[in-house]
Design a protein around this ligand. Structure first.
Ligand code: NAD
Length: 375
């Protein structure tokens, strides 16, 4: 096994002074915000946390104190529009249950704030399209927070596949399973989550297949299953198996579940070798291996805060007025495919999607507008 270190981590990005950074209000102070996003702001180079929006004022005040923010930086959901007067806040990061994304994206756009929205963009194509439209009309940027498309491991995997060194890709197979939905139990309520394991974890398999191929699937075929006597799955599905067909002939076979012991991997089988990301979707400790007839190689890539990379990408876009690499349209397309996946499972037949030719048809400019050093 050989290794080579690629420094994709953005550590040479110019670290801006606090007053030069893009100021954010975070809406929704749950697990992701507390455990990942607060540290990500601390690790970022261009992004600054300036306000908290929450339905729980006491919790928000405690967190604000810990973060060095003042009482005046805490807003209730009803006070959200008061952010309009905060010139230091240029963007809103929506980290709420899925069905609330639309409301806050539209409200943010209406007060002239750029919108970074957690995945899934929303719970339906209609809601997601409304978010894109509201941001367009208001002249603000909308980015779907797809951290995977900003991580060095996935960028390196995509480069490897697009270089042609492994020849034509035949199959991608991705798995994202865990025994419980993580975070709030809203994930088991259809009205808030919009669906089960597909919208929560299956989306990583779907979105990463699209990112790695750069192509859009034209057909899906799917099965869903929920253990009949498991009370968790009365409103949303437990497991989904779905297959995507891409124009170049690549088949992508995927499985997601809330009912199996944690496993998150992605394998690509190609003419001259294969590529394995395992784990593929975790926040840390990703590993990328490339296996050909002549060598087994692990790419040693420096660990980086994935959320800080994503945040700084959006901040760079806000500062330069550039369309994000994963704009709202990228989230809408996944929503279309997920609706087709559910339709296929319901009807027991393949479902056709609109055909798109070319690469990255829904994505904006390069994933890393800020130059990164590579060795
Ligand atoms: P969570 O349950 O931990 O937090 C949700 C927050 O929303 C809580 O603070 C809760 O008080 C608030 N909230 C407001 N209205 C609510 C309502 N009606 N019901 C329930 N909660 C309500 O969830 P989370 O894990 O932080 O997820 C939030 C969003 O982030 C989701 O869209 C999720 O898909 C996304 N997410 C993304 C990643 C990623 O890796 N990008 C990881 C986890 C979660």
């Amino acid at each position: 096994m050989t290794g080579n270190i690629k420094d994709y981590d953005g550590t040479d990005q110019g670290v801006l002074a606090p007053e030069e950074r893009v100021g954010y209000a975070v809406v929704g102070l749950g697990d992701l915000t507390e455990e990942e996003l607060y540290p990500a702001f601390a690790h970022s180079a261009r992004s600054r946390l300036g306000a908290l929006v929450s339905g729980d004022r006491d919790k928000a005040l405690v967190q604000a104190r810990q973060l060095g923010l003042s009482e005046g930086d805490v807003y209730s959901y009803e006070q959200f529009e008061n952010l309009k007067d905060r010139e230091d806040i240029r963007a809103v990061f929506i980290v709420l249950p899925n069905s609330l994304h639309r409301e806050f994206a539209v409200r943010a756009a209406e007060i002239g704030k750029h919108v970074l929205c957690e995945k899934p963009l929303s719970v339906s194509v209609a809601d997601a399209e409304a978010m894109v439209l509201a941001c367009k009309v208001a002249g603000v940027l909308l980015m779907t927070a797809y951290r995977i498309q900003y991580t060095p491991h996935h960028q390196a995997a995509r480069e490897e596949l697009h270089s042609g060194r492994l020849g034509r890709v035949k199959l991608m197979t991705a798995v994202d399973v865990q025994t419980e939905p993580q975070g709030g139990q809203w994930r088991l309520k259809r009205e808030l989550a919009g669906g089960g394991s597909l919208l929560d974890v299956g989306l990583y398999c779907l979105n990463t297949s699209r990112f790695l191929t750069g192509e859009e699937p034209y057909e899906v075929f799917a099965y869903t299953h929920s253990t009949p006597d498991d009370p968790r799955f009365t409103e949303v599905e437990e497991s989904v198996s779905f297959t995507l067909r891409f124009p170049s002939g690549i088949i992508s076979s995927n499985f997601c579940s809330y009912g199996a012991s944690k496993h998150r991997s992605l394998r690509v089988l190609a003419e001259k070798g294969n590529l394995l990301l395992d784990p593929a979707f975790d926040y840390t400790s990703l590993r990328l291996k490339i296996d050909t007839e002549t060598e087994v190689r692990e790419l040693l890539i420096k660990e980086t805060d994935q959320f800080a990379l994503e945040l700084d990408h959006f901040s760079a876009c806000v500062q330069s007025g550039t369309r994000p690499f994963t704009p709202g349209e990228e989230g809408v397309q996944d929503q279309r495919i997920m609706e087709a996946i559910y339709q296929s499972a319901r009807e027991g037949r393949p479902v056709q999607l609109q055909r798109f030719e070319g690469r990255d048809v829904f994505r904006g400019g390069p994933a890393a507008p800020v130059e990164r050093k590579r060795s």
